[in-house]
Design a protein around this ligand. Structure first.
Ligand code: UGA
Length: 471
């Protein structure tokens, strides 16, 4: 691989920690900085604060050699050639991205600069943030020739973040000077040249030595917009298929067949066409709102994004309506819930549609028994266990004596349940699947009443008398 660089990554959240571990993995010397002492202490002690495939392997491979953790941003800045800002950009009350963490970090970097540095925005930020960072650094008296501010958006998904980082569809590098672009290109050279993929212990993924990711060099503003527009487009794709699912329900068609048919058009593509209970997580809801605000501030009407948000909220409401229609009354009903995280493969419950639905069930007086392979501890923090809310250790325990089982996220484990066992574990064999993990005909044949999204309701003969109440 190429000559290594010294890199500082500021922020040890999902993006920062994964980026730091992956930069070490491709041969660089990395200092990961966080102002949260407890988190840094945990990382120094060998702890791993997030659930992410391959992250434990990478951290143990590089910790205390190419990768160190500290709270000392000044030292990290001075010892590094490139400084990646990967701190949170939460949604402010107005819907705008709150850039106060970015501002604070930029000022601190400015006070520490001792020689030429490339400062890289890695956090998702509105267009023009780059210029603000530059201004903040200049205001702190740093001469223009001692730094460049660039933008290198990330496209990693939680749960598969490490593989997404090391096997990206594309590498977007936004820079205004050749000197800065050259540093960024050198950082990504092991991926862009394909040399990383030839290593015996490379993290597996779709890229090969002969099929490395393309690099796209752009202006910093274009790079900033690429990130927001990508997330907004994907969110729109999900809302689109969710409305199509609702049409399918009304027409008696199967949205999975329709999605397959649409996705076979290479101009559209099959990904992100899974109908469900709406998108969640720390990115899509926040980024759609932020991009809509950016448009507004620039006098551009992006009403399409307001519709995307409305459809997403409506999708959760419709699902809840399905639960009500299948069970008639809810007070006192025992509901098994599979899935708490905003999707399978992660422990993150931020903006999780599953938690919205669980919250509504509790409000309506249901007794909830919930299981998620990784997100129980995090859910506990926002929904503490109590007389109505129980957390259990496996899917069958959640289903035990329940009036219905709800599937709210898409862990692989939920798609592989022993249906005979599930049938006799439930009090009433009713499954309401918000992620379309099962084939409706199979569920009916196994004796279930099965409701899913955008597909015909499978009503077991036992429940046929209430058919008129079902959506
Ligand atoms: C998303 C993007 O996919 C990443 O490219 C981006 O880097 C990241 O945001 C970010 O900005 O940091 P992530 O939030 O981890 O990644 O999750 P996704 O896998 O994109 O799923 C988002 C939500 O959409 C989940 O609730 C998921 O269940 C839902 N979804 C996804 C659907 O309902 N249908 C689909 O077909 C796909």
């Amino acid at each position: 691989m190429s000559k290594d660089l010294s890199i500082a990554v500021v922020g040890s959240g999902y993006v920062g920690l994964v980026a730091a571990a992956c930069f070490a993995e491709i041969g660089h010397t990395v200092i990961c900085v966080d102002s949260d002492e407890a988190r840094v202490h945990m990382l120094l002690e060998g702890g791993i604060p997030i659930h992410e495939e391959y992250l434990p392997e990478l951290l143990s491979r590089h910790r205390s050699r190419a990768l160190e953790f500290t709270t000392d941003l000044r030292r990290a800045t001075q010892e590094s050639q490139a400084i990646f800002i990967a701190v949170g950009t939460p949604q402010s009350k107005s819907g705008n991205a709150d850039l106060s963490y970015v501002d604070a970090v930029a000022s601190e970097i400015a006070r520490s600069i001792n020689d030429y540095k490339v400062i890289v925005e890695k956090s998702t930020v509105p267009v023009y943030t780059n210029e603000w960072i530059r201004r903040v650094i200049e205001r702190n008296g740093v001469p223009r020739e001692l730094f460049d501010v660039t933008s290198n958006p990330e496209f990693l998904r939680e749960g598969t973040a490490v593989a997404d980082f090391l096997h990206p569809d594309r590498i977007v590098l936004g820079a205004e000077t050749e000197r800065a672009a050259a540093v960024l290109q050198q950082i990504y050279q092991p991926l862009a040249s394909g040399s990383y993929y030839a290593l015996a212990n490379a993290v597996p993924g779709p890229r090969r030595e002969g099929d490395p990711p393309p690099t796209l060099l752009t202006s910093t503003k274009a790079a900033e917009i690429i990130k927001h527009a990508s997330n907004a487009f994907l969110a729109a794709k999900i809302s689109f298929i969710n409305v199509v699912a609702n049409i399918c329900e009304a027409a008696g068609a199967d949205v999975e067949e329709v999605a397959r048919g649409i996705g076979m058009d290479s101009r559209i593509g099959p990904k992100f066409l899974r109908a469900g209970i709406g998108y969640g997580g720390s990115c899509f809801p926040k980024d759609v709102a932020a991009f809509r605000h950016v448009a507004e501030q620039m006098g551009v009407n992006f009403g399409l994004l307001s519709e995307v948000e409305k459809i997403n909220a409506e999708q959760k409401r419709r699902f809840f309506q399905k639960v009500r229609s299948a069970l008639w009354t809810l007070r006192g009903k025992r509901i098994g819930v599979l899935g708490l995280a905003f999707k399978g493969g992660t422990d993150d419950v931020r903006e999780s549609p599953a938690l919205d639905i669980v919250g509504q069930l509790l409000q309506e007086g249901c007794l909830v028994s919930a299981y998620d392979p990784a997100a129980t501890a995090r859910t506990n923090e926002v929904l503490p266990p109590g007389p109505q809310m129980h957390y259990v250790d496996d899917p069958y325990e959640a289903a035990q004596d329940a009036d219905a089982l709800l599937i709210l996220n898409d862990w692989q484990e939920f798609a592989e349940l022993d249906l005979d066992r599930l049938h006799y574990t439930l009090r009433y064999p009713i499954v309401i699947d918000g992620r379309n993990l099962y084939d409706p005909a199979t569920m009916l044949a196994k004796g279930f009443t099965y409701l899913s999204v955008g597909r015909p309701v499978m009503l077991h003969a036992r429940d046929a008398a209430v058919e008129h109440r079902l959506p």
